[in-house]
Write a protein that binds this ligand. Structure first.
Ligand SMILES: Cc1cc2nc3c(=O)[nH]c(=O)nc-3n(C[C@H](O)[C@H](O)[C@H](O)COP(=O)(O)OP(=O)(O)OC[C@H]3O[C@@H](n4cnc5c(N)ncnc54)[C@H](O)[C@@H]3O)c2cc1C
Length: 456
């Protein structure tokens, strides 16, 4: 097995976090090598059925701006201003995400974003990316790892530090667990996901309003659709693996079409290749990974999904992984690249936020598939906007804190959100409409009861 060159920083995984991290570290004077198991995505067509587009929000944008990448990324972004709810009877309702013009999130192609990040990383003279290199072993104590290429050829790599961005199924995490260096808990949801397409119309235009994330909430399951720049929508069906309805039960064109006719009739009308796609695409698993600690031996760190994969219902996994990259780059600056010192500092800083967004993402699943239909939910949301207008320093709806306020950590958003929610419950109790609520009194109560929740 050949030894590689002199010590350097190894980034394992050239996905979303790995590519951004490599660039950020090179910008701070480090020599970085990225090892990625797949072929170069810039020379491939995009994979079928694996979270083709994602929601990018302010936290991710903040980290991309920190790396100077927004000029390359902005043209890829499709704005979404709110949720367009589709009922079974075909009626639709729009619920705005925020109340200021800039309070929108953006659909973006995973493939296009990954290619843009890799373009920027590989353009830096201190970054090399080797594709087709699957890591099969990591030694957290010595900082060595072994990769295998498509021909089964193995190669040993030695580094100052290994930064593992190898995703939810991380080999680095598995090794740390096997060696007793960390605990990892994986909680899988009973629901899986499957991706489908609403193609563009004959003129290449979107068949649904493009500036929204479309949701068909049905209680125990839901369908969502995010717009693509080519006029299509990528839809994701979230459904239990077993039970009725469940993926296990939908095995032929007849049952698939009957299910859609029953549950999502307006979407069915827009999906000419539904059954074919449904039966060809994989059903993905959804889970939360909680790991402790994220680092070992002063030479290995897990970040992004490798450390803390979360369910996708707040659209924050990538956004959180990008914040990890930005914060690690800042730690490298502050601690002059002293890895044994900075790895625990980084983890102490990021862990509370990663744990908070994992919980909030799980809560948001219930909101998206169920509570969003509840009139009480709409009333609380309307009152929350009123309170934010009156007291923007003191009251920001939790969804807005997570999606539009990167200066508020996820942990603080969770803490403030819990207090706000209790107050909203009290203020809306027994009311059906905003006009029934004494707003002046509500504002006074917020001032009195929430003044101490804000970190100054
Ligand atoms: C259905 C779905 C929808 C989602 N929607 C959103 C959303 O709207 N917004 C959002 O912010 N997040 C979303 N996410 C989460 C988001 O996809 C992840 O949080 C994000 O991809 C994490 O980035 P990462 O770089 O840590 O991991 P990944 O993107 O998984 O990248 C890991 C990389 O490591 C490589 N790799 C893996 N193993 C090895 C190995 N042994 N050797 C070498 N290389 C290896 C992989 O090939 C890959 O390139 C969604 C996830 C899912 C499943």
């Amino acid at each position: 097995m050949p030894e590689s060159g002199p010590p350097l920083t190894l980034v394992l995984g050239g996905g979303l976090a790995g590519a951004l991290l490599a660039l950020l570290l090179a910008q701070r004077g480090l020599r970085v090598q990225v090892l990625e198991r797949r072929a170069d995505p810039r020379q491939q067509v995009q994979e079928r059925g694996r979270s083709i587009n994602l929601a990018l929000a302010a936290r991710g944008i903040d980290a991309l701006e920190f790396a100077g990448l927004m000029p390359a990324v902005r043209p890829l972004m499709m704005p979404m201003r709110g949720r367009q709810l589709h009922e079974t009877d075909g009626s639709q309702r729009f619920l705005s995400y925020g109340q200021r013009p800039e309070e929108e999130i953006y659909a973006i192609s995973r493939h296009a974003l990954n290619c843009a990040l890799l373009d920027a990383a590989t353009a830096h003279p201190d970054v090399t990316v080797r594709f087709g290199q699957r890591c099969v072993e990591v030694d957290p104590i010595t900082g060595t790892l072994v990769t295998e290429d498509e021909h089964g050829r193995r190669r040993r790599e030695q580094a100052d530090v290994v930064l593992a961005c190898d995703g939810a199924g991380s080999v680095a995490r598995r090794t740390m667990v096997e060696q007793g260096l960390c605990d990892a808990h994986e909680d899988w949801l009973p629901h899986g996901y499957l991706e489908l397409t609403i193609p563009a119309d004959a003129d290449g235009r979107h068949r649904l309003a493009p500036e929204a994330l479309h949701i068909w909430p049905r209680g125990g399951h839901m369908l969502i659709a995010l717009p693509n720049p080519d006029g299509s929508f990528t839809c994701t069906l979230f459904l239990p693996h077993d039970g009725q309805p469940g993926f296990a039960q939908l095995r032929d064109p007849g049952t698939v079409e009957t299910f859609f006719r029953d549950q999502f009739p307006d979407a069915l009308a827009l999906m000419p290749a539904l059954a074919e796609e449904f039966l060809a695409n994989p059903v993905g698993r959804l889970g939360t990974v909680r790991t402790r600690p994220w680092h070992a031996g002063g030479r290995l760190l897990l970040l992004g999904d490798a450390a803390h994969a979360i369910v996708p219902f707040h659209g924050q996994g990538m956004n959180c992984a990008f914040e990890d990259c930005r914060d690690l780059a800042r730690c490298v600056e502050t601690h002059a690249g002293d890895w044994p010192t900075l790895l625990p500092v980084f983890e102490a800083q990021r862990r509370p936020s990663a744990e908070a967004i994992a919980d909030m993402a799980l809560e948001n699943y219930v909101e998206m598939r169920d509570t969003v239909r509840d009139p009480g939910f709409a009333l609380k949301k309307a009152l929350a906007f009123e309170l934010e207008r009156a007291l923007p320093e003191l009251f920001i709806p939790r969804y807005s804190m997570v999606m539009f306020h990167p200066e508020i950590s996820y942990a603080e958003a969770q803490r403030r959100g819990a207090r706000q929610d209790r107050l909203l419950d009290e203020l809306t109790a027994g009311h059906q409409a905003l006009e029934e609520i004494d707003l002046a009194q509500a504002v006074r109560r917020v001032r009195r009861q929430l003044a101490d929740t804000v970190d100054r």
